[in-house]
Design a protein around this ligand. Structure first.
Ligand code: ADP
Length: 374
């Protein structure tokens, strides 16, 4: 019987696991949050991922449980593990992608380079941090943030008062130094339960309004030393935290060529979409291999350069598919990926990948093709 992999969450990351699952002969099943989600092309059932009995019932029909997002509560994950379900990444690893304060504390123990940070419970504690950091800081809600929501640059403790007011007993906010980075990078690592790891090349990511807009693989102008440091950080985190599946480490590069960890994702990640067309083994196939404990694939690039441009918002009228013919006719080298989502301002509805020998050319074609869908 085919290996059955269950994905909790029905977004575009689950959707993009479908094609490699078909190729590998894996029976992919999805527990989606609602009807009509991105991943509905897979065998999908609808249910609340916070409800233990719903998740338990879903897990009885699969051999491995993995995720499209990081929001499944710890008590649900731990109950599955106690039931004997194979969960990848497991709750011991996933907790550090769910809670940025827990992540900062654990990375400090591992000696991984990161921005100065503190847990602050009230305005007075935030004020003390700001005073020792030139009066500025970046305050983050430890849980539930995404695409820049839950991240705020502050110049006074009162700038975060509403978030302090919303804290429960014993809870705290994370404050970090405002890093003067020259660019953002991302390092991906795939890791199997037994410990086998494969590293992707470090990439450059460009964020607009807190949302990933473009990715260049590998990161341009990256000396060998920088690439090695990024890979070393990725491997140390994957191993130190016991991550299984794909790990993405978001990084800041400073003007003195230091690399600091921003945050972690334990699943396929926007910074790795280029690999679908630009690497020997794409991140979605690699994630399935890793969580199913199959030998990992080669993560080498297929071309000197790959560029990914996100399609945000989408056309004001009609769907992306209506624009296919024009984009494809003009840019036959562009690989267009769509998520089956209704266009909405700022929403990620697809992306374009272009690979080639010339970086400027690849950037031009990827942007031009994506612009057809704006
Ligand atoms: P999210 O979980 O919403 O993706 P992040 O922690 O990745 O939030 O922050 C979103 C963006 O905010 C980052 O990509 C970066 O551009 C900026 N940012 C986050 N932390 C810092 C920091 N300490 N210093 C400077 N910029 C930051």
């Amino acid at each position: 019987m085919a290996l059955r992999v269950g994905v909790i969450g029905g977004g575009q990351l689950a959707r993009m696991m479908i094609a490699p699952a078909v190729e590998l002969g894996i029976d992919l099943r999805v527990l989606a949050e609602g009807e009509g989600m991105s991943a509905q092309l897979a065998a999908t059932e609808v249910g609340d991922y916070r409800d233990l009995e719903v998740v338990r019932a879903f897990a009885t029909g699969v051999d491995v449980v993995t995720f499209d997002h990081e929001h499944v509560p710890q008590h649900v994950l731990r109950a599955l593990v106690d039931d004997g379900v194979s969960v990848h990444p497991g709750p011991d690893a996933l907790q550090f992608a769910q809670d940025k304060l827990a992540m900062r504390a654990r990375l400090a123990e591992l000696g991984v380079p990161q921005p100065d940070w503190a847990a602050v419970r009230d305005a007075a504690e935030l004020e003390a941090f700001l005073e020792s950091h030139d009066g500025t800081g970046v305050v983050k809600t430890p849980r539930g943030g995404y695409d820049g929501k839950g991240v705020r640059v502050v110049r006074a403790a009162s700038d975060a008062q509403d978030w302090f007011d919303a804290l429960g007993d014993g809870e705290a906010l994370l404050v970090e130094e405002l890093v003067g980075f020259v660019r953002e990078l991302a390092q991906q690592i795939a890791r199997r339960p037994g410990g086998q790891m494969v590293a992707y090349p470090v990439v450059e990511t460009v964020q607009r309004d807190g949302v990933c807009a473009e990715v260049i693989a590998p990161a341009p102008d990256a000396p060998e030393r920088l690439a090695q440091v990024a890979e070393g950080i990725g491997r140390a985190i994957a191993e130190g935290l016991g991550v299984t599946g794909m790990l993405a480490v978001e990084l800041f590069e400073t003007d003195d060529e230091r690399i600091l960890v921003n945050e972690l994702a334990m699943r396929p990640h926007n910074s790795g979409h280029w690999s679908q067309d630009g690497a020997v083994t794409g991140q979605f196939e690699q994630h399935l291999r890793a969580v199913a404990d199959l030998p990992l694939g080669d993560a080498s690039p297929r071309a000197p350069w790959s560029v990914m441009v996100n399609i945000l918002g989408g056309p004001a009228e009609g769907g992306l598919v209506d624009r296919f013919a024009a984009a494809m006719a003009e840019h036959p080298s562009a690989k267009i990926h769509t998520y089956g989502k209704d266009p909405r301002p700022g929403r990620k509805v697809g992306h374009v990948n272009v690979s080639g020998d010339d970086l400027d050319d690849a950037v031009y074609v990827a942007r031009a093709a994506a612009a057809h869908f704006a």
